[in-house]
Design a protein around this ligand. Structure first.
Ligand code: PEP
Ligand code: MG
Length: 782
């Protein structure tokens, strides 16, 4: 028999049904309501290889290559996948799979139509370093009988994804010994769905957290929709605290095609509570069973169809450390109440060391003060240990630091300057930060109570002094709202920069005229994998959807104000810690290296996915989205990018698109660049300054030489604006310097079309622009 029903599999059957199959089987056997399904076993994959007689071609010919030759690895992997996809699946195996599928259909409720199923790889490989990779090669949703066999064979082929082949070759594993199973499971057409944490995910407190929204669960898991949030007392199954969100959209499945789409939620359901008390009771019961079954707190995905609760997945909550679970010190959450805005007020401030003890000094990267215990973070997984109100101290900003930054009272780094990633993100989140201290990770000790003054760029021993620390820090959204009821009207548009979609509300509250720069790097980095790795593991479609979700969140918040999203520009060192980061090149100076449009043109696969995400947003009516290309040098770069845009179906004459001016070459060659058909340019003064002055923006030893107002930089900006005005191309600035009054004055005088500043600077820039415009008007009539 080629297949095994989930109810006949257990967690110990990994070798036969793979990790995913084993875990779903275990849940089914624990009596939990898991949608029915079966597994095409690993033996079946073996039978396929043997019956089709392709073993020797696959293992003795195709997969014999020089492991140090990356082109040869890629070619072998691609040939192996092609061989598997093109070899017919034996008749008997096909019959078994189709028979099981039909049986699944007859089990599936009263439905008369054939069921939609999810087809997922479930690898048995123990040779790969992380289970998530091993289990995830390829997944297809909404599959029906017509393409079922083809999808199964595609899952088999994904065993030879390039990275997997590469990994095995480099670590001495034999391709011949790894197997793959495939899970085929009925898809549930959820009316409501969400996630449940059987314990508080950051503090480990005995509280259940449930999040729920209308429609299919992808919307909640991907963050496309803000869900209702309930804190539950598991003993009594009662709601301790609830926040009912305005749920504007829901993910639904088209009954004909099976495709999932986002649609507007009916007016009366938008602010209605999604789950009833009895459904909460049901979920709490199930949560208890799963936690008992596994013996540790679980993070569960669930769905409700016709009042019936289904469990789609369960995995341990990895964010709770032992320490968190028992935390009682300052910053620990009590009764679910957390101090607002990522700020803290240590209760033992009285015992603080003497004021005035400056421990370290650095660049004042993000204003505000914060006190708390030092948490030295040397590795990505140490971020879990950052609890509410801690001070993060690290060498440099790390990928995926954002969730921990939200909990932190302040951030201190050894490296970096005003324009490095840590600074940009902390400003955006309104968390005080001092960067470029050189030695904070050596000087400060774990658990030490300190106060960070982001304004002065100093870190003092002890807690806050009475006269300087307000008891409650200002709300991060309110603090940026224009103070006057009417925001200053200016001819020069004042926009805002954004890197994390979660800060969209805060950015929109500034009253900015749009987003002048939406960096997508954080959306990508927060996936935990390099783009190449993510695509390898989950497929292009999943990557595109992640980008669509992130950009849409901002486009939606600002609509109809324009949102200028930029294609990927992350230096390779920011990818290093991610899954797949080991494949990133080691560069002497990543700032001068493989980033921005250079990487995109060199490795077009991820780039084309980014472009496809834009296309999708244009197609569904987000006509406020604009596309911007980073780090171009000349017309050749821009024309090549334009060709890629066209190849994914974007019409460059209809879409609004443009380039960053970040290298002296691009400023000097603006005339020929403009001929490629761009609508706008935007000065990235962080890079333009570093490249014009040869001052590495991340190097704390030359921070004092980093001067965006240097005559060399201003001269390039001036000539570019002049040419662009003649050619009818809009000009803007989105570097950090846009927040400096002297730069604002210079640009408005030159006739720049818009200025895009950090969230916390928008308000001042609006006033500054207005003042200069009035002065210019007066000067002209005097
Ligand atoms: C810049 O270089 O000024 C810019 C805005 O881009 P980034 O900071 O992302 O390099
Ligand atoms: Mg830049």
């Amino acid at each position: 028999m080629s297949t095994l029903w989930l109810e006949h599999t257990r967690s110990t059957d990994i070798e036969t049904v793979g990790g995913k199959g084993a875990s779903l089987g275990e849940l089914t056997n624990a009596g939990l309501p898991v949608p029915p399904g079966f597994v095409v076993t690993a033996d079946t994959y073996r039978t396929f290889l043997e019956t089709a007689d392709i073993e020797s071609t696959l293992f003795d010919e195709i997969l014999q290559f020089d492991p140090d030759d990356s082109e040869a690895v890629a070619e072998a992997a691609s040939d192996a996948r092609q061989l598997i996809r093109e070899t017919p699946v034996p008749e008997t195996v096909q019959q078994d799979i189709i028979e099981a599928y039909r049986e699944l259909g007859s089990r599936a409720a009263e439905s008369t139509t054939e069921p939609f199923v999810a087809v997922r790889s479930s690898a048995t490989a123990e040779d790969l370093p992380d289970a998530s990779f091993a289990g995830q090669h390829e997944t297809f949703l909404n599959v029906t009988e017509a393409d079922l066999i083809e999808r199964v064979s595609e899952c088999w082929a994904s065993l030879f994804a390039e990275r997997a082949v590469h990994y095995r070759a480099n670590n001495g594993f034999d391709h011949e010994t790894v197997d793959i199973a495939v899970v085929v499971q009925q898809m549930v057409d959820a009316e409501k769905s969400g996630v449940m944490f059987t314990r508080h995910p950051s503090t480990g407190d005995r509280q259940m957290i449930i999040e729920s929204a209308w429609g299919l669960g992808e919307a909640v898991v991907s963050g496309a929709v803000s869900p209702d949030h309930y804190v539950i007392n598991p003993e009594t199954a009662t709601v301790v605290e609830s926040t009912i969100a305005d749920k504007k959209q829901q993910m639904v499945k088209d009954p004909e095609t099976g495709e999932t789409t986002l649609e507007a939620v009916e007016e009366d359901k938008r602010t209605a509570r999604v789950i009833s008390d009895s459904e909460i009771e049901n979920l709490v019961d199930l949560g208890g069973i799963v936690e008992d079954h596994y013996g540790e707190p679980q993070d569960v995905e669930w769905a409700i169809v016709d009042g019936e609760v289904f469990m789609l997945q369960s995995r341990p909550i990895t964010t709770i450390s032992e320490a968190d679970a028992e935390a009682t010190g300052p910053g620990a959450t009590v009764d679910g109440g957390v101090s607002g805005g990522g700020q803290s007020n240590p209760s033992d401030a009285d015992t603080a060391a003497e004021d005035g003890d400056v421990l370290v000094r650095g660049v004042s990267a993000s204003p505000g003060t914060g006190s708390g215990e030092v948490r030295i973070v040397r590795k990505l997984d140490h971020l879990d240990q950052v609890t509410e109100g801690d001070i993060i101290v690290s060498k440099m900003t790390m990928p995926d630091m954002v969730p921990a930054m939200k909990r932190a009272a302040a951030i201190i780094t050894d490296e970096g300057g005003m324009t490095s990633h840590a600074s940009i993100v902390s400003r955006e989140m309104g968390v005080p930060a001092v960067v470029g201290t050189r030695d904070a990770t050596d000087v400060l000790t774990d658990g030490q109570l300190v106060t960070v003054d982001g304004e002065k760029g100093i870190v003092r021993a002890g807690g806050p002094t009475d006269d300087e620390e307000p008891a409650i820090q200002p709300d991060p959204v309110e603090s940026v709202r224009p103070q006057t009821p009417v925001k200053p009207m200016t001819a020069t548009e004042v926009k805002v920069n954004l890197s994390i979609p979660e800060a969209a509300e805060r950015a929109a509250a500034t009253g900015a005229d749009g987003v002048g720069l939406l960096r997508i790097e954080h959306m990508v980095i927060s996936l935990g994998k390099t783009p190449e790795q993510y695509i390898d593991d989950h497929g292009e479609e999943a990557y595109i959807e992640k980008l669509v979700d992130g950009i849409r969140t901002v486009a939606e918040e600002f609509y109809p104000r324009p949102v200028r999203a930029r294609t990927l520009d992350a230096p390779t060192d920011e990818f290093r810690e991610l899954d797949g980061g080991a494949n990133e090149p080691h560069e002497h100076n990543p700032m001068l290296g493989y980033r921005g449009i250079r990487r995109s043109l060199d490795k077009p696969e991820p780039f084309r996915c980014e472009l496809a995400a834009f296309k999708r947003l244009f197609d569904v009516g987000y006509d406020n989205v604009e596309l911007m290309l980073p780090l171009v040098n000349d017309a050749e770069d821009v024309e090549q990018a334009r060709a890629h845009m066209e190849s994914v179906g974007i019409d460059p004459d209809k879409a609004r698109w443009g380039v960053m001016i970040e290298t002296p070459a691009s400023a000097l060659l603006i005339e020929e660049i403009a001929e490629a058909g761009i609508d706008f340019v935007s000065f990235g003064t962080n890079d333009l300054t570093q490249y014009t002055l040869a001052v590495d923006r991340n190097n704390e030893y030359v921070t004092d030489r980093f001067d965006e107002l240097h005559p060399g930089v201003l001269s390039l900006i001036e000539s570019t604006i002049e040419t662009c005005r003649e050619l009818g191309v809009d000009t803007s600035i989105c570097g950090q310097a846009a927040s400096k009054p002297a730069m604002v004055e210079f640009l408005v005088e030159q006739g720049v079309s818009s200025i895009s500043a950090n969230i916390d600077a928008v308000r001042d820039v609006q006033h500054e622009v207005k003042r200069i415009e009035q002065k210019l008007l007066l000067d002209s009539v005097r």
